[in-house]
Design a protein around this ligand. Structure first.
Ligand code: PHE
Length: 337
């Protein structure tokens, strides 16, 4: 009996060694080791083997299974090896590799991350709000009455049902004060929308970073010191910053902030980067009305707010003269950062 098994084994191993592809190997595996294969049939013969020969018969079966399995395995490896060699035929693997183009962060992302990093170090926490806003959060709560020019349909993108694309991130001030109690110290980066004609300094979608600080006894000096420090941390200690009196409905007094822009080979010029001011008591009163408590009572708290144009900060940082470069996705531009 064991002689017969040896014969099966020899035949199988010989057959496997002549296989030329994976398909033939798989067929051989099924034919010899499969449930209905030759080895299964041979094992069934155990029944008819006299008891004293059973151990030797069993050992022969096991040895045959192992030998066939090994033959399959080494042939598989051999075929794989051949295929690998074939796949690189004619390729000079000693040639230097082609350089991979590596992506990078968009300049606006770099500026936003840096601004957030500096302001968080100063104790501001991140806040957020929707870009599709109610008129209440965008205007009414910010002391901007119905007949204010900023609410003109022509200047803003309105949806049916009275919602609009927020014209500034100041709406996040309102949302934050609705939900938290003083002291409040937040920054909110995000998109803002205005119906502007596209030119070198205007886009209908731009990026702002809003800030709000409300506490007892917050003063104009705190606002000025904070923003001067921030702008110098962004652009260097020698950066010139100027505050120009201005008007915003939601702050009193209000200012616009300019930073001196230096472009090589040109006269330095002031460029506006932010609006700011002390939160108007009317805004606090409207929040009190909304919350139905008096934690933001203008007799108890004061605060300052600011809104910066991140696009403008990027233009100053890198001397970018045309804001459109920030949205055109030209890799020759983007690869420079
Ligand atoms: N919301 C103002 C703007 O978009 C900026 C601003 C924010 C001014 C906060 C004062 C205080 O122009």
């Amino acid at each position: 009996m064991s002689v017969e098994i040896q014969k099966i084994q020899d035949e199988a191993v010989a057959g496997i060694s002549t296989a030329t592809d994976e398909r033939a190997l798989e067929d051989a595996r099924v034919a010899y080791l499969g449930k209905k294969g030759t080895m299964a049939a041979a094992s069934a013969g155990m029944r008819d083997v006299p008891n004293e020969e059973k151990p030797a018969f069993g050992a022969a079966l096991n040895a045959a299974r192992k030998a066939i399995g090994d033959a399959l395995e080494s042939k598989t490896a051999e075929l794989q090896d051949l295929a690998d060699k074939k796949s690189v035929e004619g390729i000079d693997v000693t040639l230097p590799a082609r350089e991979l183009a590596q992506g990078g962060l968009h300049p606006l992302t770099i500026i936003k991350d840096r601004a957030i990093q500096i302001l968080r170090r100063m104790g501001f926490a991140l806040a957020d709000g929707p870009e599709i806003e109610t008129e209440f959060h965008c205007f009414d709560a910010l002391n901007t009455p119905d007949d204010h020019p900023a609410r003109n349909e022509k200047d803003t993108f309105y949806f049916d049902g009275g919602k609009l694309l927020r014209t500034h991130t100041s709406s996040v001030q309102v949302r934050t004060m609705e939900q938290t109690t003083p002291p409040v110290r937040i920054i909110a980066p995000g998109s803002a929308y205005r119906r502007d004609d596209v030119d070198a300094t205007h886009l209908p979608v731009f990026n702002q970073l809003e800030g709000l600080y409300v506490d007892k006894d917050v003063k104009l000096g705190d606002l000025k010191g904070t923003l001067e420090y921030f702008l110098q941390a962004m652009f260097g200690d020698n950066t010139e910053v100027r505050f120009r009196p201005h008007f915003f409905p939601f702050t009193e007094p209000s200012f616009e902030i300019d930073v001196k822009l230096h472009v090589k080979g040109e006269e330095p010029k002031w460029i506006e980067v932010a609006g700011c001011g002390m939160v108007d008591p009317e805004v606090f009163s409207s929040i009190c009305g909304q919350r139905k408590d008096d934690v933001f009572d203008p007799e108890k708290v004061t605060g300052y707010a600011f809104g910066m144009g991140l696009d403008r900060l990027a233009m100053i940082q890198w001397g970018i003269k045309d804001i459109r470069a920030l949205i055109e996705n030209d890799v020759r531009f983007l690869a420079q950062f």
